[in-house]
Design a protein around this ligand. Structure first.
Ligand code: NAD
Length: 339
């Protein structure tokens, strides 16, 4: 059985990654599109076999409540719009899959959770790496003790933000749309990884930020922000986040028996694991899998089986809380306690 998804926001990520991934899904199919541009919506509806009566715009979106072909609304809009469309979708009786970062503020995240709960609808945040085989393999090795006692994690995520050359980067440098800079957009992958790798929640953060304010890209949002997280068991994580370094998406976990490196760790279709032990290094063979399709199927299965998704609203809220603590630590130049 397949559940019907309405895709809200037909931008770069929707068109290039998520919509093509539905062909690999067992339980998810695209049945509706929501867009501000009718031409684009018509073209994509044709390409994906979506009935043109199931095309909505941002004004008539709420009438999706009368459309039984839609079970789940997938919000792929700039972060400042996530709360509004999640809430409108839940109030229209639909379950919601929402892109990361969940929303720019704790209040919005909490409201998204509360409204979905009240409407008895599932809410899942699209943390694709938590459905990706190399990341899942890394977590399993850590839990089994292959690395020994974990001491430290380093993780780096960065890319060149290019609002002049890439339309999808235009909102990324506008604070009121993005909520923040590199940390909200890419540093969040480092943060989320330290949490799923350790299985713990950080208790304290420190941070430093530097952004060249003469660069027009960084007038409103931060460029470089580096942060450390301290976990209850004593694990220390050190993370780099940047909007002006050549693309990097990696982490390394250091234990007292071995280290494990994933580089790239959070790419779309390419991952590489290296494990270093006293007697040398090895690269385990792990099969690449479609993390996007796995994520979409998980959302559909959560609805079909009436189960809480693996990455519910609370998971998104927790990252936003920590991100805001990192900003506070950078601003104050002092450690900030979390929770
Ligand atoms: P994008 O700009 O290409 O897409 C955003 C879409 O929202 C566009 O179609 C745009 O027309 C529409 N939109 C509607 N109202 C808008 C407004 N007021 N201002 C700007 N756009 C408006 O961006 P994207 O890269 O596709 O990102 C969309 C979402 O997906 C973001 O939440 C982003 O964080 C997330 N994303 C996730 C991943 C991932 O790997 N999980 C990767 C890229 C993007």
């Amino acid at each position: 059985k397949k559940l019907g998804f309405a895709i809200v926001g037909l931008g770069k990520f929707s068109q290039e990654e998520m919509m093509p991934a539905f062909k690999d899904c067992k339980h998810a199919e695209i049945t509706a599109l929501v867009s501000g541009s009718p031409d684009k919506a018509q073209r994509l509806a044709k390409e994906y076999g979506v009935d043109s009566k199931n095309i909505y715009n941002y004004q008539n979106f709420d009438s999706i409540k009368d459309n039984p072909a839609v079970d789940i609304v997938y919000v792929v809009l700039p972060p400042s719009m996530h709360a509004e469309y999640t809430i409108r979708a839940a109030q229209a009786g639909k379950h919601v899959l929402c892109e990361k970062p969940m929303a720019p503020t704790v209040e919005e995240c909490q409201r998204m959770i509360d409204v979905c709960k009240k409407a008895n609808r599932k809410l899942m945040i699209a943390y694709r790496a938590q459905f990706e085989p190399f990341n899942l393999d890394a977590i399993e090795r850590i839990r089994k003790g292959e690395l020994g006692k974990i001491q430290a994690i380093t993780s780096d995520h960065g890319r060149i933000v290019d609002p002049k050359g890439d339309k999808a980067d235009e909102w990324r440098v506008v604070r009121k749309l993005a909520g923040g800079g590199s940390l909200m957009d890419v540093g969040i992958y480092s943060l989320n990884a330290t949490r799923y790798l350790t299985g713990e929640e950080p208790v304290e953060v420190t941070a430093q930020e530097y952004s060249d304010k003469s660069d027009p890209r960084f007038k409103e949002v931060e460029n470089n922000i580096h942060f450390t997280l301290r976990f209850p068991s004593g694990i220390l994580a050190t993370c780099t986040s940047s909007y002006d370094i050549e693309q990097v998406k990696r982490f390394r976990v250091f234990g007292n028996k071995a280290w494990l490196d994933l580089d790239p760790a959070t790419d779309y279709y390419e991952h590489e694991m290296t494990i270093g032990k006293k007697d040398g290094q090895m690269k385990p063979s792990i099969k690449e899998g479609n993390q996007f399709a796995a994520e979409l199927d998980h959302m559909a299965e959560s609805v079909m089986q009436n189960k809480t998704p693996k990455t519910p609203g609370e998971e998104g809220l927790q990252d936003v809380k920590i991100i805001l603590a990192i900003y506070e630590a950078a601003k104050k130049g002092k450690p900030v306690k979390v929770n």
